[in-house]
Design a protein around this ligand. Sequence first.
Ligand SMILES: *[C@@H]1O[C@H](CO)[C@@H](O)[C@H](O)[C@H]1NC(C)=O
Ligand SMILES: *[C@@H]1O[C@H](CO)[C@@H](O)[C@H](O)[C@H]1NC(C)=O
Ligand SMILES: *[C@@H]1O[C@H](CO)[C@@H](O)[C@H](O)[C@H]1NC(C)=O
Length: 414
Amino acid sequence: MAVLSGLIGSPLWVIILFLLLVKPLDGRGSSRGPFGWLAGSVAPAPSDGICATSVAVHGYICQEHEVTTRDGYILNMQRIPEGRVSNGKTTRQPVLIQHGVLVDGMTWLLNPAEQNLPLILAEEGFDVWIANTRGTRFSRRHNFLNPDEPTYWNWSWDELVTYDLPAFFDYVHSKTSQKIHYVGHSLGTLIALGALSEGRQVDKLRSVAMLSPIAYLDHMTTPLGDLAAKAFLGEFTTLLGVSEFNPKGEPVGSFLKSLCSRSGVDCYDLLSALTGKNCCLNASTVELFIKNEPQSTSTKNMVHLAQTVRDKVIAKYNYGRADYNLMHYGEVRPPAYNISAIPHDLPLFFSYGGSDSLSDVRDVELLLDSFKFHDINKISVQFVKDYAHADFIMGVNAKDIVYNQVVSFFKRQA
Ligand SMILES: *[C@@H]1O[C@H](CO)[C@@H](O)[C@H](O)[C@H]1NC(C)=O
Ligand SMILES: *[C@@H]1O[C@H](CO)[C@@H](O)[C@H](O)[C@H]1NC(C)=O
Ligand SMILES: *[C@@H]1O[C@H](CO)[C@@H](O)[C@H](O)[C@H]1NC(C)=O
């Protein structure tokens, strides 16, 4: 089941792996192959919102909300205002939960009810808000663009920092009039770091929990990862231009197939080689994951992530030409996000895994190093030796190992 180690929120492995999961190469993974059971997978219709399929069924109150960003994207949120048994508390602190790239808010809800983070937080007395990033299945509307037009996809994670995150924060704040706890996974941590380093949202925040944090990505140095990163910076991008990056569709599928064959990397074996990375996934949960994910993002977002791998800095999207950068930023190089500018008294919790091939331990340690001047009593770090990327959102023991820590961290910041 560890095949998912790179899937969740992964900018590079995910594509390769997902190709293998849904489009087996050379027929070796035909319907009789190890993933043949995928053939019958059907994602729920858009009319079945996340509340209906994944929350109300467990006996929780759940509301669907709609949030419009300043650049016109209409985003979907779920609110779980309380636990199954209302404990009479009238004021509950809001928690905003942000997923990673190529997945949506439903990934948090795939574990059984008593083991998934949003419902645990609701039971612990928090007012839980789940974000769904632009381009994912329930967040594909816009005031005047539609997803069939290239312009709809003309954004990278810079826009998630500048527009999506502020829209979620402002909305939750306007509904609750309270400071917010934030928990992000993978890309959900990178965009928070980006926002905080620019001083955004700081006044509305109570504390931040980062699971499988990604910021620096340069230790993700496998031959295929490298090749994929190079491809995103080269011919693939030229081929796709400004467009949707839909791992389930064409031309992304064909491209990945050719990438595998050209690289001389046996992607089928690679899949087996990755087995064992995520320590703690449950087959039923993984099956649900495959039915529901992955989700689209923009090609530009993938390119931006590949630039982060290449450039070893956390900076804004690079237009690839000095004159274009000058036009967009007034500088020939894209401005860097300054992690050191994050307020030193902001309560921070980090949890990272020793087997995470995406949030590589060396990269996370580099990130943590940039917090060396943070108030020592405002930062907590958890290292989970056996955990890889997906364990943090679907691990059978994630409640005991990680979520209980997140809950007690949030309660300490009350
Ligand atoms: C795995 O998931 C199934 C379905 O949700 C559940 O019944 C089972 O108890 C889970 N197993 C473990 C070890 O958590
Ligand atoms: C994408 O946005 C940039 C400016 O941010 C603009 O120069 C470019 O023309 C846009 N491309 C499309 C296809 O909308
Ligand atoms: C980053 O922020 C810190 C703290 O505000 C500041 O001292 C430093 O000069 C900044 N670095 C850059 C490159 O702007």
